[in-house]
Design a protein around this ligand. Structure first.
Ligand code: NAP
Ligand code: MG
Length: 407
């Protein structure tokens, strides 16, 4: 076999390794799909839960800072430790979600778009085009403060102005017995850049933009989101949207959920942090599998972080550890890498790199469309087609074979 020259990626790629089954697939994707074809320098950060523990989570902060230095990064799924994980891995404590830490530092918006293939139709039969979710990636419950109130007492909300003004105080609850309290926040600056990112992305994709909150109930907090979006739209986007023939549409979250089920898709749906987290999993599942969803964090300063929308696929990992053959879908991981490489290629004006990203995605999609798929997709694929369930590794090998032919 003739060895072809590898494609050079000029600028280092910030790579964040993760946990469990996604860590296993990460290695396979790199070894079989990327490293044979690319000459790239990786700036690697090991976000394995044990290494986050050893470094007191400094490694996560370092990774976020590296993304700010180089502009583009790609992240594997990671365990967000809870009590069980603290015991399982003998951790010092239940460290914060690395995604929340990174999003907190980059202050970005996460856009999630389903990967569509011909032989898998969305479970919602009205959906003809992808529904892109724009998830605000800062604040709310992800940067919260919580207290367990062990008994009777008063919970208060206090704001002390930095300029020495009189503190604002409100009683949250007079507890007569044990209960729970949560403090959440957001900032005008972050909501403004969220709005900006969504209007930009909608215009770029030439899709309508929907935004929904619960502002009828949350008359200050959620209402602030609505006001800022409306202001940003009036100030900067109304004319551009009219020229492009696209719309900005605000509605109550419940109404949006009901409408989306009857809509044909092809829209960008902007959502607050928690709503976006939940709805993107629903959209992904309705498009076949959590593994058929791409995810990119876009910061207002123009930093990009690509990842799979799903978690570490813990159950499959335990089977893998017991020596069982797994059939775990690597599509979203492959698309995280292709997205990252395409952006890197664009920023470096390197058409060979963007071309490689296109070929990689085509190879992956054609593999599924040829009927070679992992178990999660077999269950939802067009019953009329000829499909074969393959293992985690055989699927990646099949993609590698097609990719080789394209290059
Ligand atoms: P998950 O890893 O997304 O998996 C949930 C279920 O979805 C799996 O058990 C599997 O269903 C299916 N699934 C997800 N990805 C799949 C894939 N690539 N191929 C095939 N099936 C797939 O969520 P989880 O089990 O709730 O969370 C596991 C860990 O991931 C947790 O520690 C959590 O903290 C972490 N997490 C990380 C991120 C992130 O880093 N972005 C996001 C979410 C969760 P079946 O078992 O039915 O096959
Ligand atoms: Mg989620």
């Amino acid at each position: 076999m003739l060895l072809k020259n590898k494609i050079t990626v000029q600028t280092p790629i910030v790579e964040m390794e993760g946990d469990e089954m996604t860590r296993v697939m990460w290695r396979l994707v790199k070894d079989k799909l990327l490293l044979p074809h690319l000459d790239m320098k990786l700036e690697s950060y090991d976000l394995h839960v044990k290494n986050r523990d050893v470094t007191d989570d400094q490694v996560t902060v370092d990774a976020a800072e590296a993304i700010m230095k180089y502009g583009v990064g790609v992240k594997c799924a990671t365990i967000t430790p809870n009590e069980d994980r603290v015991l399982e891995y003998g951790l010092k404590k239940a460290w914060k979600s690395p995604n929340a830490t990174i999003r907190g530092i980059l202050d970005g918006t996460v856009f999630r778009k389903p990967i569509t293939v011909k032989n898998i139709r969305p479970l919602v039969c009205t959906w003809k085009k992808p529904i892109i979710i724009g998830r605000h990636a800062y604040g709310d419950v992800y940067n919260n403060v919580e207290i367990f109130a062990a008994g009777a007492g008063t919970a208060e909300l206090v704001f002390t102005p930095a300029d020495g003004g009189r503190p604002l105080r409100k009683t949250i609850k007079e507890f007569s017995g044990p209960g729970i309290i949560q403090g959440i926040h957001n900032t005008d600056a972050s909501i403004g850049s969220f709005a900006q990112a969504c209007f930009t992305f909608a215009l770029d994709q030439k899709t309508d933009l929907w935004f929904s909150t619960k502002d009828t109930i949350s008359k200050t907090y959620d209402a602030r989101f609505r006001e800022i979006f409306a202001q940003v739209y009036e100030d900067k986007w109304r004319d551009k949207f009219q020229t492009a023939g696209i719309e900005y549409f605000f509605t109550l979250i419940d109404d949006a959920v009901a409408r989306i089920m009857r809509h044909e898709g092809g829209i960008l749906w902007a959502l607050k942090n928690y709503d976006g987290d939940v709805m993107s999993d629903m959209i992904a599942a309705a498009n076949g599998s959590l593994a058929m969803m791409t995810s990119v964090l876009v910061s207002p300063q123009g930093y990009f972080e690509y990842e799979a929308a799903h978690g570490t696929v813990q159950k499959h990992y335990y089977r893998h550890l017991q020596g069982e053959d797994t059939s775990t879908n690597s599509m979203a991981i492959i698309f995280a890498w292709s997205g990252c490489l395409r952006k890197r290629g664009e920023l470096d004006s390197a058409p060979a790199v963007t071309g490689f990203a296109d070929s990689l995605e085509e190879a992956a999609i054609e593999t599924v469309e040829a009927g070679i798929m992992t178990g999660d997709l077999l269950a939802v694929a067009d019953p009329a087609g000829q499909h074969r369930k393959v293992s985690t590794e055989v699927f990646i090998d099949a993609v590698a074979g097609r990719l080789q032919q394209k290059l």
